[in-house]
Design a binder for this molecule. Sequence first.
Ligand SMILES: Cc1ncc(COP(=O)(O)O)c(C=O)c1O
Length: 362
Amino acid sequence: MIPMIDLKKQFSEIKDEIFSVMTEILESTQYILGPKVLELEQKIARYHGMPEAIGVASGTDALHLAVKALGIGEGDEVITTPFTFFATAEAIVYTGATPVFVDVEPDTMNIDPAKIEEKITERTKAILPVHIFGHSADMDAICGIAQKHDLKIIEDCAQSFGAELRGKKTGSFGEAGCFSFYPSKNLGAFGDGGMVLLQDASVADDIRQLRNHGSKGAYRHERVGFNSRLDELQAGMLLVKFRRIDEYNEKRRKRAALYNEFLSDSVIRPVERPGARHVYHQYTLRSAKRDEIQKALRDNDIASVVYYPIPLHLQEAVSFLGYKKGDFPVAEEAAERVLSLPIYPELPEEAVKEIAAIINNV
Ligand SMILES: Cc1ncc(COP(=O)(O)O)c(C=O)c1O
């Protein structure tokens, strides 16, 4: 069996360090907002060249708190992509704001900047691009549009830890960068976790307050907030993996390059835009024979997943937004053709060859 990701192998390689940091934290008894959360925040902020970082309970919370702390809510619109995980839109809806979808680029499946301006109204407050599958959206164009129309940029970097465009890391282009440490992410915890990176110290303080019941400390509550703190144990274990993140991402890139080499032109392979460093959270091909390919892989005990079979504008939960089939043809076609293959730093190179051969055969 070849799984989508093999967390067992990764864990076995770092087991001693994980147990050692867990013991240290358990013995310290500082389980909530202790020194490991602070250390991780500082290290991840520095890694991205961003002044502020706040550890929160999940990637979804990172997005929710960023949108809210940037002053976006009831009556406001946030432009985003329909080709993403549901949490991207959920986070906008939580604040009372309305997600406004824009179709994606045919080659990258990231939000298409050429279609953003026609969706801007006087209610638009922000653009929320997702760096889907670990590949940067066209941030040059998006930043240009945001500047021209005085809009904020909130990046969904749940899948793109370490990805770059022209040497600049995703999560450092806009007002806020939102990360998920869901276990299967490139930098994955051993449970839920997330982080917001910010340019502005006062917005960062707002999020620190919001994640902790609206309190700056000492049982004074200036506002109604949430319980959304990054767990100290998760932060400690994430520090162990953070030391290896560049190596992990390089290994993903190496395996993606092998897929690119071994797969024939009969499938559409992922592209890397000029100047981009794709970190291949997913290696996602497209084919009109997607279902046949998936069946052949399944028959050979090889996992594959359709991320994502239903674009967000067609999800029942947001039917109140009033979209219909045909509104975003590029995203809809992608949903019918995409297939993500096993990719992780420990994936044996031989497995890539075997998987590619089965696909080429179909
Ligand atoms: C693009 C995207 N946005 C947001 C999230 C939400 O992150 P979390 O599961 O940590 O809440 C995820 C992943 O789960 C994601 O892939």
